[in-house]
Design a protein around this ligand. Sequence first.
Ligand code: NAD
Length: 260
Amino acid sequence: MLKGKTALITGSTSGIGLATAHVLAEQGINLVLHGLMTEENGINLANEFATKYKIKTLFDNANLMESDAIGKFINRALKVMGTIDILVNNAGIQHTEGVDTFPESKWNAILTINLTAAFHTIQKSLPGMRKNKWGRIINIASVHGLVASKNKAAYCAAKHGIIGLTKVVALECAELGITANAICPGWVDTPLINDQISAIANNDGLDFEQAKYNLVTAKQPLPEMMDPRQIGEFILFLCTDSARSITGSSLPMDGAWTAQ
Ligand code: NAD
């Protein structure tokens, strides 16, 4: 059912986005790969996917800080691929610091990349989905879209915000065959959290693995990091017809973090 559809995944040069790209490509889904990578490396990555999975691919390194660049990126994707059936808003950044000293530049960057960029990609992708009477919008929020942690003012604001955006899009598209959902992961083993692990290692005099374990178990009852591929497989399920009634939902994959 999904073979031949096209998915655009922001931030698919690393971590959750890259793992999701592999999961979708295995099903014959064509891919728009995207992330902060040189044009040369990005084209190589796209070619590797095309050869390995026998799918059509495109790479773009649009900087999500710039709304004009996002517009050009989506228009290019539509022109080259013909359609965007599945939109995964995944790209994100983090900065941890108390609210008193949280730098305005970091606040603006986190809100722009983790939230505003998704508004732009959704706005540009929706007309095609409406025309096809089919679409899947999956926003990678976080457990921090549901609850807060100290030192994450901008991240929590952006992630709570993207859950609100997801709900509105779901309401506006409910009768059009388009679903919009947010996934709320706990800890996932990706480069995004390395700075937080290193900070614990430095402050507490621990090795990286022990610091990682301490970070995970501080709030998450399941004492392990998720493999990013698990999120890709959940995204794949949300794309199937069986999931057509799941829309407007914020779906935790958090090792019981928010059950407490
Ligand atoms: P990652 O650092 O491995 O990947 C981030 C991706 O975003 C990269 O491809 C990077 O190039 C891209 N990106 C960053 N800034 C960009 C910009 N200005 N323009 C274009 N692309 C940009 O991170 P990840 O852990 O895979 O994170 C993916 C998503 O999952 C993020 O939204 C993150 O908030 C969310 N998340 C992660 C975790 C976790 O524990 N890792 C937990 C919950 C939610």
